[in-house]
Write a protein that binds this ligand. Structure first.
Ligand SMILES: C=C1C[C@]23C[C@H]1CC[C@H]2[C@]1(C)CCC[C@@](C)(C(=O)O)[C@H]1[C@@H]3C(=O)O
Ligand SMILES: O=C(O)CCC(=O)C(=O)O
Ligand SMILES: [Fe+2]
Length: 379
């Protein structure tokens, strides 16, 4: 049976289960020449994208980070107000004049083309194992049995701990070999730039929530984050599938750089909105963990990625997360502000990450499902 064909439906387990003993392979270079797509990639009618209708664009305020960082009080106040309004409504905004060298961003996109352009067998040297969150995955065919995303991904752990100062580059050297030293270097530098940018944004969020610049910055100083390279091959049936299914990011803050193809959609006011690509900007969104840390004041919002039938699409997502053992518990003023009620239980990022990797496929209800799982004794 050619590698990209699926086991006959009769042999597929009926319920959502791992394909540990029956893996199959998503190889877009084969699949995209087929007239139809495998049924596992077909999403339910109510989740299929409507590509024929132009979507409204989401108004995401571009925050001029340079203004904020220069400390000009008017600029700081303006930025804090814009961010506060956006985060209370849908959790998405954009940052411009962010100080990240455009050449580094361009190099990161180039190494994505390099990596995902390699033969499948080469990429599978970094094959992500079930239950782990790092490595190469071609559509998670060994994790999910239906609603498969039309994408390849590479996820690498980044740690700001000085004792783990080269984790990203070391990963590439160890898993892919010496020839990937440059690719690893670019990813390492990109993550270091993202970590620095994240802490500036955390200062801004602290100002926006009125608890000062340092609280969240200190909380994420020793972040233990994830760099995610998303590669969406063209699909002959783009209206039947999704590149990334509807979800809220379980992490704390996502800093996303998308190429100029377009495909990121956000669900606000009961309808899907597009976010137009802008190479000078990073799209930033609040994740579930920060929603809990803000006691529900800032929203982690449903979003997805659609594909097309003519051009590959790429996005670079930096998922900021706290140190694994850090307890996520909102500061007192943010409990007072929400009629003294706690919205979510205390938890560590380590436990939440394990929940998404071993017990629950992240979707729009991940944080509530996780909260219930904790309350029911992790069952
Ligand atoms: C903690 C994480 C799990 C995912 C990567 C990071 C943050 C976003 C999550 C994800 C992208 C949400 C949609 C489903 C998912 C399986 C995916 O499509 O990649 C999620 C990631 C994951 O579990 O690998
Ligand atoms: O590719 C995109 O634009 C969004 C991807 C995404 O939401 C994610 O990886 O969490
Ligand atoms: Fe996401």
């Amino acid at each position: 049976m050619p590698p990209f064909l699926l086991p006959s439906p009769s042999r597929l387990p009926k319920k959502e289960t791992n394909f540990r003993n029956n893996p199959f392979i998503f190889d877009a270079s084969f699949l995209q020449n087929e007239t139809s797509i495998p049924q596992q990639f077909m999403w339910p009618e109510d989740e299929k994208p409507h590509l024929d209708l132009p979507l409204p664009q989401l108004r995401v305020p571009p925050i001029d980070l340079n203004d904020f960082l220069t400390g000009d009080s008017l600029a700081v106040c303006n930025a804090a107000q814009l961010v506060d309004a956006a985060c209370r409504e849908h959790g998405f905004f954009q940052v411009v004049n962010h100080g990240i060298d455009q050449r580094l961003i361009n190099e990161a996109h180039k190494i994505m083309d390099l990596f995902f352009g390699m033969p499948l067998l080469e990429k599978q040297k970094a094959q992500r194992k079930v239950g782990e969150y790092c490595g190469y995955a071609s559509s998670f065919t060994n994790r999910f049995s239906s609603k498969l995303p039309w994408k390849e991904t590479l996820s690498v752990r980044y740690s700001a701990d000085p004792l783990s100062s080269n984790l990203v580059q070391d990963y590439f050297l160890k898993v892919m070999g010496e020839d990937f030293s440059y690719l690893g270097r670019v990813c390492q530098e990109y993550c270091e730039a993202m970590s620095k940018l994240s802490l500036s944004i955390m200062e801004l969020l602290g100002m926006s929530l009125g608890i000062g610049q340092s609280y969240f910055r200190d909380f994420y100083e020793e972040n233990d984050s994830i760099m995610r390279l998303n590669y969406y091959p063209p699909c002959q049936k783009p209206d039947q599938t999704l590149g990334t299914g509807p979800h809220c990011d379980p992490t704390s803050l996502t800093i996303l750089h998308q190429d100029n193809v377009g495909g990121l959609e956000v669900f606000v006011d009961e309808k899907w909105h597009s976010i137009a690509p802008c190479s000078e900007a990073f799209v930033v969104n609040i994740g579930d963990t920060f929603m809990a840390l803000s006691n529900g004041l800032y929203k982690s919002c449903l979003h997805r990625a659609v594909v097309n039938n003519h051009t590959p699409r790429k996005s670079l997502a930096f998922f900021l997360s706290p140190r694994m053992d850090k307890v996520v518990c909102p500061p007192k003023p943010l409990v007072e502000d929400v009629d003294k009620q706690r919205r979510y239980p205390d938890f560590t990022w380590s436990t939440f990450l394990e929940f998404t990797q071993k017990h629950y496929r992240a979707d729009k209800n991940t944080l509530d499902a996780f909260s219930n799982w904790l309350k029911n004794g992790r069952k």
